[in-house]
Design a binder for this molecule. Sequence first.
Ligand SMILES: [Zn+2]
Ligand SMILES: [Zn+2]
Length: 648
Amino acid sequence: MNPIKLSRDIEERYRRYLKTTFYFKEPDLRASFEEALNSGYLSKGPYLEATSVFKRGQTPRKLFTHLLGSQPDDGFLKAIDGDRPLYRHQEQAIEGVLHEFNIIVTTGTGSGKTEAFLYPILLHLYREFQEGKLSPGVRALILYPMNALANDQRDRLGEISERLKKEQSSFRFTFGQYIGETPEDEKDSWRNARDHMVKRLPGELVLRSEMRKTPPHILLTNYSMLEYLLLRPDDSPLFDNGQARWWKFFVLDEAHQYRGSRGIEMAMLLRRLKQRLKEGGRFEPFRCIATSATLVGGEEGDKVAVAKFASDLFGEEFHKENVILGETDPIREGGSDSLSLDEYRFLGDVIREKKEETRGRVAELATKFGISFSQNEDLARIISELLQRDCRATNLRQLITSNPTEAAEIAAQIFAELQDNERLPALSELVELLLKVKDFVSNAPLLSARYHLFLRSIEGAFVSYWPQKKVLLDRRTQDSQGIAFEVALCRECGQHYFVGPKDFKEGKLVEAIRDPSHVGFGATFFRPIEGTVEEDDEDDGKATNNKQVFQLCVRCGEMGKSKPKCGHSSLIHVVRGESPKDEDRADQMAKCGACGYNAAGRDPVREVVHGSDGPHAVIATALYQTLPIGRKKVLAFADGRQEAAFFA
Ligand SMILES: [Zn+2]
Ligand SMILES: [Zn+2]
């Protein structure tokens, strides 16, 4: 898969979709609309961005053994990838919490933030299990700003539980997501209890009744549900009857979301919860953990502010030493020589096919770059070293790490010696290669890159006449000399109409009011009759006989039954379209004046505006078709329930 080609493909399909959906009958407008779609207005990118490589620390096996004073059982270690080195910030977080500090972890995406708070909690549960104290009862509360974020962590917890079972550890823990959708009991068909029970993960509690009877060790919820839980007497088994004493951890995921008034609300809620727990018999201190992607820019001075922010939020003590930042490994400086595109291609082939007979040429290149290696050194290691000395590959990695840049711009810089049209394909090949080769010290690929492509939706098409007649996709004309009129198109014949306000009599032809709650809601449609109105036209100065015909100045938008008094000479005739009798259809037209189409009582015209369903379907389909078989997975985010439902 070539992401740059894919971007072009998606863009092309999107453009084709728009071109066929919005048809202009008039050939020059059709051509102009096409030109506007081709002008680069529709898309931005692709951008290329690489994630940083985070510093590694000890393995959980070593760290947990140290913190517990004895080695945990092997099944538990296997369930949490006990032999893969932790990131340095995860290690610090686990140590901090186990040494009874409140902590804030702020690192980039893909740096294992979840483990930074889950592992200390699991370790606490494991310790209670060893001491024979792990009875039902909430130990940790994890609060999320959005349920979607909780779903990922629910999956992660289910995965760990599953592996505990598989690896035959005798340690088990429970968790439950208590949110609006959580069914009351198995009979709650309104909240799809059956569905929840079928999808139950190992260790998971899925019903409210279960969670009240045997509260989960880890409780996932959100602000509104927690507030509700504190008010409802039904849910007191979570806090009361001796249950309060188990509570220990409060986790706020994505804590940067709680700034301003949301932060104040959350702070109040946490204080109420702590009060309730204290009254219920929790005497030991609480441990608070916050995660954030964007709280700090990494500067020392900011740590004080972050600690203060967290102290205010939780009402607990945080110090600047408790702010843990993700530490990244800098990219090693390369040499001054670079390989050629052909040589990258050759290395790519070697990696794909792993042919030993190519060893000679790899060795030759390596020697040229001053790399010494033993007779039977692993080819992958030699190639890794070679690419880390390669000046161009190093420049590329430095350029895009944590700094999204337009692919075309990077390509021009990195492959300056190539022809214009060869640069992007060359860049995409080099990126592919660097994704496949890993650094043998950090064990991470030389590049963890992603492409971003932005597509823009169309919010109307506009026709301007000055300095020449053309279609614009933006209301404001770029040349700002003339005025542009919004157009609507007949769904049947493609005749264009200028859209004006409801009950338009005379004056400037301005925008229609689209807000249905506004008293002026509605539109009037005017079909232009081409050919200019002569200065000495017979109806000059007086109203035309036909009450549906108006004169429009295409220079300034002044319009009336008689000749506008603006003094411009660029006048055309327009005919007002017939409005439907029905007041509910104030923003529609009765029938097309050009072809007679009446859409069987619905709207025969439409503005050049599309909902999101069509384009989303086009984009998702293009992506899906391009993905290799067996790896077809498209992840879509939507900010509306309807959109989400459409995608599902
Ligand atoms: Zn028509
Ligand atoms: Zn005028």
